[in-house]
Design a protein. Structure first.
Lengths: 115, 114
């Protein structure tokens, strides 16, 4: 299985809602990532988990809260988002965090709209 | 610091003609370089990667790229474009001190006309 899956595909939420994005991989990868991508822009790194521990937080606002329950799963909890947080949220995984040449495998993304 | 520059924001070709997407990189060290493709409303798919082995790298769907250290370039080519190649292409370098961080170029949108 060489897939990264993400649910839901689309999400519409109000600014007072709480929701979660889910990501799963079964490739045995020990590094997992969250990216945010605005239209016509490259992805921006948000968080990195390496061996289920948060290793990088790119100064992301606290209304985004990541969680890595185990080596296959990655969640992104959303609360009190702003309309400018509307974007495509991409999850990725890689074989071993920190090794050169380890490509990241991306999921299809969750299209988030904040009203 | 490492960076990548994609020299064209848009490239248009006719189906069956060659494709050239240009990428220059800046790195104090021997970099790991990647090309990813993103079709509309989809995730990113790895086309190919360079990690200091052969300088001519072959990827999926007939794409290849050549690492030229003297020119600090990693251009992506394909001999004959197909309609399905229309997409956004990102040239990416891996951070040296923290290889978890990918540094993306701004992207090149490839249009393919029939």
């Amino acid at each position: 299985d060489t897939e990264v899956t993400q649910t839901p595909k689309h999400l519409v939420m109000g600014m007072t809602n709480k929701k979660s994005l889910k990501c799963e991989q079964h490739m045995g990868h020990r590094a997992m990532y969250w990216y945010k991508q605005k239209a016509k822009k490259p992805p921006e790194l948000m968080f990195v988990y390496s061996y289920e521990k948060l290793s990088i937080n790119e100064s992301v606002p606290s209304r985004f809260s990541p969680e890595c329950p185990n080596s296959s799963l990655l969640n992104l909890h959303l609360h009190a988002l702003q309309p400018e947080d509307s974007a495509l949220y991409l999850c990725a995984s890689s074989q071993v965090g920190g090794s050169r040449g380890n490509e990241q495998f991306f999921g299809p993304g969750t299209r988030l709209t904040v009203l | 610091a490492q960076s990548v520059t994609q020299l064209d924001s848009h490239v248009s070709v006719s189906e069956g003609t060659p494709v050239l997407l240009r990428c220059n990189y800046s790195s104090s060290y021997s970099p790991s370089l990647f090309w990813y493709v993103q079709h509309p409303n989809k995730g990113l798919q790895l086309l190919l990667k360079y990690t200091s082995a052969a300088t001519l790298v072959k990827g999926i769907n007939g794409f290849e790229a050549e690492f030229k250290k003297s020119e600090t370039s990693f251009h992506l080519t394909k001999p004959s474009a197909h309609m399905s190649d229309a997409a956004e292409y990102f040239c990416v370098v891996s951070g040296f001190y923290n290889t978890d961080k990918l540094i993306f170029g701004t992207g090149t949108r490839l249009q393919v006309f029939p």
